[in-house]
Design a protein around this ligand. Structure first.
Ligand SMILES: C[S@@+](CC[C@H](N)C(=O)[O-])C[C@H]1O[C@@H](n2cnc3c(N)ncnc32)[C@H](O)[C@@H]1O
Length: 177
């Protein structure tokens, strides 16, 4: 289980962290952070932060209503001069079928990969102890230009790509960028 992949590292570096997840089970494993069990789309803490993070490719949801709700949630929680850091599938992402890796005893593989312009669909297959769990997904490409309008509609704009792969991007409130 990848719990606190980023939160625990930020806490180790001395940053105060508010960890949000809809899953109480996941939050039970978080140590040293304020935890909030909520759907991000509905989150309204009435506070603003210097940095708001949305990890794990949630931004690649193919549900446009949900994506807009994510963008609105960032915009209501980021401070005037703060940053929103987004982990996305890099826009050129074109995964191949086959084994992606192992987490302990669990083998993770991609099956039924379909790549269409602007969208990658596949089934993730987890295998452990002879048991299998499959999870299908459609990942919408979140590229540097095409999403501008969506960001702007939420009062945000993309200000920087942060890594070579283009998997992390920075956005700011439109008024402060
Ligand atoms: C793959 S895990 C990643 C865990 C960890 N946050 C990380 O990035 O390494 C995805 C997590 O996102 C949570 N999640 C998915 N959709 C969510 C939503 N709309 N609101 C809040 N949490 C959500 C799931 O409960 C799960 O714990």
């Amino acid at each position: 289980m990848r719990v606190g992949r980023i939160a625990h590292e930020l806490i180790r570096l001395g940053h105060p962290v508010v960890a949000v997840d809809e899953s109480a089970e996941m939050l039970r494993h978080v140590r040293g952070a304020e935890v909030v069990q909520a759907r991000i789309e509905e989150l309204d803490l009435g506070r603003r932060f210097a940095c708001v993070l949305l990890a794990s490719h949630l931004v690649n949801t193919s549900d446009t209503v949900q994506r807009r709700a994510f963008l609105d949630a960032w915009a209501r929680h980021v401070a005037e001069n703060g940053v929103v850091l987004i982990e996305r599938h890099e826009p050129s992402w074109a995964p191949e079928e086959g084994i992606r890796g192992r987490m302990g005893e669990v083998t993770i593989a991609l099956q039924d990969v379909r790549i269409a312009p602007g969208c990658v669909s596949a089934t993730v297959c987890y295998e452990a102890d002879g048991r299998t769990w499959r999870h299908g997904f459609d990942a919408l490409v979140f590229d540097d230009h095409g999403r501008d309008q969506e960001l702007q509609a939420a009062g945000l704009r993309m200000t920087r790509v942060l890594d070579e792969r283009g998997a992390w991007v920075e956005a700011r409130l439109y008024s402060s960028a």
